[in-house]
Design a protein around this ligand. Structure first.
Ligand code: NAD
Length: 507
């Protein structure tokens, strides 16, 4: 039974509700997770609230030293952690290692917190008056994470949250809940005091408790758009600071002058890596001109014949992609493929026909390619979150740009071209939060911030980087005037010689 981690200890849940955790490669149940009841989440909040009183007073340098030790432990244990990710998620071992690296980079960023949390200072904002700002921690903060990055997404949140002096409660996805517990144990080993980082397993009941409890000051969420919208409005209703990252439909614009082999290789990884279960996966290629579209589809079709699909775990495994997360998700993705056919798109490669997809009890769907997709089709409008790539044909650049800008999601996008002017125009005019130029998955590094536009993000602040520090701190502005000192001048005079009833202005 997979448990909670509260106050630096594994805590068995007494909830009456539980659910199986599957091995997506075989369809077998490998464990169960208890879905925490309200009172169990409240215990974690109470513990975190108590821990905040001391953790927030520890010097930033000492907080960052804990993170330095955590970073070293992560590096030592990365293979074991990647195996845990891969067994519950299904992604291939090398991809799981990549996920850990991208999370680790946020830890490295957070190690610099004494610098990042310095605030600002102005001398003489008025005669004899100085002003400075403090970036104060908020208190107890919560993170709610999706199944597709069980380590990286929580690590977009908690290293910065705890480095800035907050205490943290993580509610991981109930589909693959083990990896965050491994992180909790490493944090304890790194010397993190009791109650600073806690994990509660669960579903809506646990999430609602975090959203509604007045001791929780902020909620950082990553998941699908309908739930992100709910978290944002419900969190705001209870007076919380919220950042809620949602779903995506990421387009790659392929111009006629693009390096076609480079674009095809980039598309293969971006569309089919992690079986398309990435919020930055490219699920739409928009080609400009008939020849570009024909060449791209032909090359993709050839490459798809070599895509290696199979079990993800095991360090020796050399597959390109693994199974989907659940049986229901496999059915959903297969349903979308059928809907694409019914709506009139050209199914060039059908992942349902992959022998493994038919013979295995695991949740495999092969790489799927649609051509001649239009903007009215459901497979274009909705997020499929599987290994399905749609090709849309545009006559010219302006038409392609409009297609991308008209989509309701705006997480990531890319342009593949040899033309600097087209790339420059694209980066300034496209209505999307993260943009790549000849880079298919433009996930910003940890010292920049990650976030989409439109219905891919609710809330003003992006994740990690400078926005991450802003999200987990609140500013205090201090204006100081000292009476003239008699030690210095020999006489003491009042600085406020008379009452002033007009709005104060600096002199
Ligand atoms: P999900 O929305 O189903 O679940 C996310 C979290 O919300 C989980 O912890 C889950 O337990 C919780 N949850 C689910 N239903 C809830 C409810 N009714 N009330 C309260 N909480 C609830 O998402 P998922 O399937 O785990 O993850 C895939 C989705 O996440 C995709 O849409 C993907 O695009 C998105 N995602 C976005 C980003 C991003 O950066 N924008 C990153 C990763 C994943």
């Amino acid at each position: 039974m997979i448990c909670n981690f509260i106050n630096n200890q594994s805590v068995e849940s007494h909830s009456e509700r539980q659910q199986p955790v599957y091995d997506p490669a075989t369809g077998e149940i490998q464990n169960h997770v208890k879905l925490s009841a309200k009172a169990e989440v409240e215990l974690a909040i109470q513990v975190a609230d108590k821990a905040f009183k001391t953790w927030s007073t520890i010097t930033p340098l000492n907080r960052s030293r804990v993170l330095f030790r955590f970073k070293a432990l992560l590096e030592e244990n990365r293979n074991e952690l990647a195996e845990i990710i891969s067994r519950e998620h299904g992604k291939v071992f090398s991809d799981a290692l990549g996920e850990i690296t991208r999370g680790l980079e946020v830890v490295e960023f957070a190690c610099g917190i004494p610098h990042l949390q310095k605030g600002e200072h102005s001398l003489n904002v008025g005669t004899g008056v100085d002003s400075h700002s403090l970036m104060m921690p908020l208190g107890v903060v919560a993170g709610i994470s999706p199944f597709n990055f069980p380590v990286m997404v929580p690590m977009w949140m908690f290293p910065i949250a705890i480095a800035t002096g907050n205490t943290f409660i993580l509610k991981p996805s109930e589909k693959n809940p083990s990896a965050p517990l491994f992180l909790a144990k490493l944090l304890k080993q790194a010397g993190l005091p009791d109650g600073v980082f806690n994990v509660v397993q669960g579903d809506k009941e646990a999430v609602d408790t975090l959203l509604q409890d007045e001791r929780v000051q902020a909620v950082s969420f990553v998941g699908s758009t309908p739930i992100a919208e709910y978290i944002y409005s419900e969190g705001a209703k209870y007076g919380k600071r919220v950042q809620a990252l949602g779903g995506a439909k990421n387009h790659m614009l392929v111009m006629p002058d693009a390096d076609m082999n480079g674009a095809v290789n980039a598309l293969m990884g971006a569309a089919y890596g992690a079986a398309g279960e990435r919020c930055m996966a490219i699920s739409v290629a928009v080609t400009v001109g008939e020849e570009t579209g024909d060449a791209l589809v032909r090359l993709l079709q050839d490459k798809l014949a070599t895509l290696k699909v199979g079990q993800g775990y095991g360090q020796e495994i050399e597959n390109d992609m693994g199974p989907l997360i659940t049986k229901e998700h496999k059915q959903k993705v297969s349903g979308y493929i059928q809907q694409g056919v019914d709506e009139g798109a050209t199914l060039v490669v059908d992942g349902r026909e992959l022998p493994l997809a038919k013979s295995s009890d695991g949740y495999f769907v092969g790489g799927t390619l649609f051509d001649n997709v239009t903007t009215e089709m459901t497979i274009y409008k909705e997020e499929i979150f599987g290994p399905v790539l749609c090709v849309l044909r545009a006559d010219n650049y302006q038409q392609a740009l409009k297609i991308i800008n008209d989509h309701e999601y705006g997480n990531g996008t890319a342009i593949f071209t040899a033309d600097g002017d087209a790339a420059r125009d694209f980066t300034s005019k496209v209505q999307v939060g993260m943009v790549g130029v000849n880079v298919p998955i433009p996930v910003p590094m940890a010292f920049h911030s990650f976030g989409g536009w439109k219905r891919s993000l609710f809330g003003p602040l992006h994740m990690h980087g400078p926005d991450g520090v802003r999200f987990f701190t609140r500013m205090k502005a201090i204006t100081t005037r000292w009476p003239e000192s008699d030690i210095k001048s020999g006489s003491k005079e009042s600085t406020q010689t008379q009452a002033e009833f007009v709005m104060p202005t600096m002199k």
